[in-house]
Design a protein around this ligand. Structure first.
Ligand code: NAD
Ligand code: IPM
Ligand code: MN
Length: 359
């Protein structure tokens, strides 16, 4: 088949460690399924600040734009935490999402049966949980005007939260479409009892809803949603919400699966182009020690195959291989009951690669 191009931006901390395992999986699927990929690496995040003086160098953006999809590790770390906004790794992450028009961040949280004990929640509460957070990614308080000023009480800091109707419409439509292909339930999460942006959000959802009569819609206030996610996680199917609420709720949803090291994500625009990354960050506390769980990044490759390339067979094979390896009792330390028996990042990647070869 035709050669596809993947831009690989590993970033900082455990980013390069988990991305190396994901690349291992990509190579195995080339052998097994006959795909052909070129992978072009580019500097991004803290390492790009150190080497190029900016978290998102122009050439990195070009590498991403010229590719069919982007594989991203994670960025950030204590070394850059006190930098000014322009020289922060996280600013690069927001920039790349905006520049590539990736307004829709899909974060599926699926419970692997054998991992029910790895979660801090009771297994019977988790039973049947299979949800997807659809997070708006290029608007809201992350991107509104920010400034400092002198006020009566001393220095003031201002972050503004802005959404326009078309930004809400496009993400909500995607969420309705996704729900239509799943269990046909959509929870729209907002804070419409307080925030004007949330009131516009809810009005827009209600205006669009009649176009999707087969989808069961509920509006949930974000504080209640945070609680319901722990009380009745299995009752959720698709959750659609604005940028910051989605950031927070998806980390919460990650713990349903046992570890944030398990949660994959896809960031999409209108077409099939996408950026794929684990939900977790650069985990400076475990970086460089071979302790990171690579499954979130490996499952992000499965999302890439499904959503950008339409390689459903390989996506299934990856997801099956992960389930098989977990079923056989293999664990990295974040999900291991007995940490002394935990596997390293590369051992986990190798086992998943082997399981795909056998499939
Ligand atoms: P984090 O997700 O990096 O880590 C939170 C906790 O989860 C840590 O204890 C870490 O060891 C653990 N963890 C995370 N990923 C893991 C994995 N794959 N396997 C095992 N354990 C894992 O969040 P944080 O500590 O709040 O942030 C660290 C840095 O990462 C910050 O600079 C932050 O801005 C950045 N960050 C980046 C991204 C991204 O690049 N998309 C996302 C979140 C945070
Ligand atoms: C994420 C991260 C980022 C976000 C940060 C690092 C900018 O937490 O991808 O979830 O808040 O979007
Ligand atoms: Mn986050």
């Amino acid at each position: 088949s035709e050669t596809k191009k993947i831009a690989v931006i590993s970033g900082d901390g455990i980013g390069p460690e988990v991305v190396a395992e994901a690349q291992k999986i990509i190579k195995v699927t080339e052998e097994v399924f006959g795909y052909s990929f070129t992978m072009e690496h580019a500097l991004f995040g803290g390492i790009a600040i150190d080497e190029k003086g900016t978290p998102l160098p122009e050439e990195t953006l070009q590498v991403c734009k010229s590719a069919d999809a982007v594989l991203l590790g994670a960025v950030g770390g204590p070394k850059w935490d006190n930098n000014s906004k322009e020289l922060r790794p996280e600013t690069g992450l927001l920039g790349i999402r905006k520049e590539l028009g990736l307004f829709s961040n899909l974060r599926p949280a699926v419970i692997f049966d054998c991992l029910k004990d790895a979660s801090t929640l009771k297994p019977e509460v988790l039973e049947g949980t299979d949800l997807m957070v659809v997070r708006e990614l290029t608007g809201g308080i992350y991107f509104g005007e920010k400034f400092r000023r002198e006020g009566a009480g001393g220095e003031e800091a201002v972050d503004t939260c802005v959404y326009n109707v078309s930004e809400v419409e496009r993400i909500v439509r995607q969420a309705f479409e996704i729900a239509g292909k799943r269990r046909k339930k959509l929870a729209s999460v907002d804070k419409a009892n307080v925030l004007e942006t949330s009131r516009l959000w809810r009005e827009t959802v209600n205006r669009i809803a009649p176009e999707y009569p087969d989808i069961e819609l509920e509006h949930v206030l974000v504080d209640n949603c945070a609680m319901q996610l722990l009380r009745r996680p299995s009752s959720f199917d698709v959750i659609v919400t604005e940028n910051m609420f989605g950031d927070i709720l998806s980390d919460e949803a990650a713990m349903l699966t046992g570890s944030i090291g398990m949660l994959a994500s896809a960031s999409m625009g209108e077409g099939s182009y996408g950026l794929y990354e684990p939900v977790h960050g650069s985990a400076p506390d475990i970086a460089g020690q071979g302790l990171a769980n690579p499954i979130a990044t490996i499952l992000s490759v499965a999302l890439m195959y499904r959503l950008t390339f339409g390689y459903a067979e390989a996506a299934d094979a990856i997801e099956r291989a992960v389930a098989e390896v977990l079923d056989a009792g293999h664990r990295t330390s974040d999900i291991a009951a007995d940490k002394s028996k935990a596997l390293s990042t590369t051992e986990m990647g190798d086992l998943i690669a082997k399981a795909i070869r056998k499939s």
